[in-house]
Write a protein that binds this ligand. Structure first.
Ligand code: NAD
Length: 260
């Protein structure tokens, strides 16, 4: 993205999952464009490093997105310090995988709690604050291509990501009247630590057979459209699902049962 240090001057942005991958790329692009950024994550060690690396416009907050009291505390800290939240990006996510017949209820609950409940709790407390602001705000949720396309051993993750897509639409329906835009990005394969298992060997080749662009996205290639969705240029986009997948959705998922 062309760096435009004016674009987000005086804007306050909140990013979950900010310590790695897509969340970190979004954080850096927001900072490059002049925003103040509060980055939250469970990974406190990495947050401490980022606090030193990213400069004075960045503040790190420890947050487990599955804990409502922690959301309340972080939002309260942001409002006390900056008086508002203009943009929120709900990015944190991971999964515990397993076929439906082998998956424990604990592992199912872990994934749904993190991926779906975590976004619900984020939106709930971000939007409560944005509703009090005359200018409203913008929320971007990171869903997945798996909201539309199932993945072998990924039933909990894909179901939760489908939930995030619908939660986004419901958010737009309820919040548009408060000047709040809520949109989802559905990434395909992105080059982050989350997908280390898919980065080499036959399994990588199987993904490349399916992805027409023949490569994963770099995190910045997902951050760019995420940033666009909170910009002035996206002012009439609300309740949308944006696939960012190198045309993967048009070709289907590889058969992962060969590996798992
Ligand atoms: N990488 C991909 O191919 C891909 C594809 C589609 C969607 N996604 C989604 O993108 C989002 C970001 O993933 P990524 O690829 O950047 O992964 P990543 O592993 O690089 O980053 C995820 C971050 O979330 C944090 N996190 C995990 N549990 C948390 C919790 N309970 N509370 C707060 N933070 C927590 C981790 O510490 C980590 O910093 C996730 O929602 C993921 O499901 C990723």
């Amino acid at each position: 993205m062309t760096q435009n240090t004016e674009q987000f001057q005086n804007k306050v942005a909140f990013v979950t999952g900010a310590a790695s991958g897509i969340g970190l790329a979004i954080t850096k692009q927001l900072l490059d464009n002049g925003a103040v950024v509060i980055g939250a994550d469970v990974n406190e060690d990495r947050l401490k490093e980022l606090d030193k690396e990213l400069g004075s416009s960045f503040t790190a907050e420890k947050l487990d997105v599955t804990k409502e009291s922690e959301h309340e505390k972080v939002i309260s800290n942001i409002v006390n310090e900056h008086g508002k939240i203009d943009f929120a990006f709900n990015v944190a996510g991971a999964q515990k995988a397993g076929t439906i017949t082998d998956l424990s209820l604990d592992d199912w609950n872990f994934t749904v709690d993190l991926v779906l409940n975590g976004v619900f709790l984020g939106m709930k407390h971000q939007a409560k604050q944005m509703k009090q602001q005359e200018h409203g705000g913008s929320i971007v949720n990171i869903s997945s291509l798996n909201a539309h396309v199932p993945m072998y051993t990924g039933s909990a993750y894909a179901s939760a990501k489908a939930g995030v897509e619908m939660l986004t639409k419901n958010g737009a329906l309820e919040l548009a009247r408060h000047n709040i835009n809520v949109n989802a990005i559905l990434p395909g394969l992105v080059n982050t630590p989350l997908v280390d298992d898919f980065k080499s060997g036959e399994i990588h080749e199987a993904f490349m057979e399916r992805i027409p662009m023949k490569r994963p996205a770099e995190p910045e290639e997902v951050a760019n459209p995420a940033i666009f969705l909170v910009s002035e240029g996206a002012s009439y986009i609300n309740g949308a699902s944006l696939l960012v997948d190198g045309a993967w959705a048009v070709s289907g998922y590889p058969d992962l049962s060969r590996w798992f």
